[in-house]
Design a protein around this ligand. Structure first.
Ligand code: PMV
Length: 289
């Protein structure tokens, strides 16, 4: 029996702009998904297409048990985390010998297949390696980890990443002269914010600008606007949509003493708050009893 876990992720900056080759920053965050795999002669059929994809990829059969601390369908990378943790557990239980790079690339292949071609390498990379990553086109550079106090607000409004990416693409085709400068500006915000990890007020200000630019791209939602405003009013340094928008989640950077207040403000808007910080481990073997 082998148990492995993998973290969720947030986009700190640059979602949507990364689709057009602009820089963005994603970070692994603490809530994890735990997956236990056991060799079994009579495995039960996995209910998740991601888990099924993992067993197919590795060419073995076994039983699987999943325990998730990560809200699903909220733009926090839960499908990537379950895929990476399942592949890692199968790899260990059946002694297959995949490297971390191979796990990340197989996980991407599975997500892409299940999501009918609509997946980026970001989620599976971050779930495998953890930490903070600067994404530019196809390249990924790991950044030194920074400990920050974040509160995630899950709006409980469902969204589709593929739909939001398509919507931004349509808007760009229709108004290239307006949308391209917005995407460029998001890239500039990302690059400027990289110098302010030690200055949370400035960092928060860049988050606010990034949020306004995402709204200009049409990926806002009234529920997300409420959460962002509530977080800022409760003392956050800055707050923004994280991920594709149109629903899903926001993130707020907070002074340590304001974390609970910001979480309370988010929950009073009928949303779920998750207090979190960076996860530096990525996919990790857990002790099994
Ligand atoms: O909603 P999420 O967490 O899957 O993030 C999507 C981020 C986009 O930039 C909109 C799309 C992508 O593939 O990078």
């Amino acid at each position: 029996m082998a148990t492995w876990s993998a973290p969720g992720k947030v986009f700190l900056f640059g979602e949507h702009a990364v689709v057009y080759g602009k820089p963005g920053v994603a970070m692994a965050i603490k809530p994890r998904i735990y997956v236990t795999v056991r060799k079994s002669r009579n495995p039960t059929r996995a209910k998740s297409p991601y888990i099924e994809g993992c067993f197919r990829e590795m060419g073995v059969r076994g039983s699987v048990y999943v325990r998730s601390m990560l809200p699903s369908s909220s733009g926090l990378g839960s499908s990537a985390a379950v895929t990476v943790a399942t592949l890692s557990a199968i790899n260990d239980e059946f002694r297959i010998g995949y490297s971390r790079d191979e796990i990340a690339s197989a996980a991407y292949g599975i997500e892409k297949k299940v999501q009918k071609g609509k997946a980026s390498t970001t989620d599976t990379y971050v779930a495998t390696f953890g930490g903070m990553v600067l994404i530019t086109g196809d390249s990924k550079r790991r950044l030194p980890p920074v400990n920050m106090h974040l509160v995630v607000g899950c709006s409980q409004v469902s969204h589709s990443t593929a739909k939001m990416v398509g919507q931004v693409g349509d808007m760009r085709n229709k108004h290239p002269g307006i949308v391209n400068p917005i995407l460029d500006a998001i890239g500039e915000v990302t690059m400027s914010a990289l110098h302010t990890f030690a200055k949370p007020k400035e960092f928060g200000c860049y988050m606010d600008i990034n949020h306004a630019l995402l709204e200009a791209l049409g990926v806002g939602h009234p529920a997300l606007t409420r959460l962002v405003l509530a977080a800022r009013a409760a003392g956050a340094y800055g707050a923004k949509i994280t991920g594709a928008g149109g629903g899903g989640s926001i993130i707020a950077l907070c002074p340590k003493r304001a974390k609970s207040r910001v979480a309370g403000a988010i929950e009073s808007c009928d949303a779920r708050a998750v207090l979190t910080t960076i996860d530096t481990d990525g996919a990790r073997k857990e002790r099994t009893a």
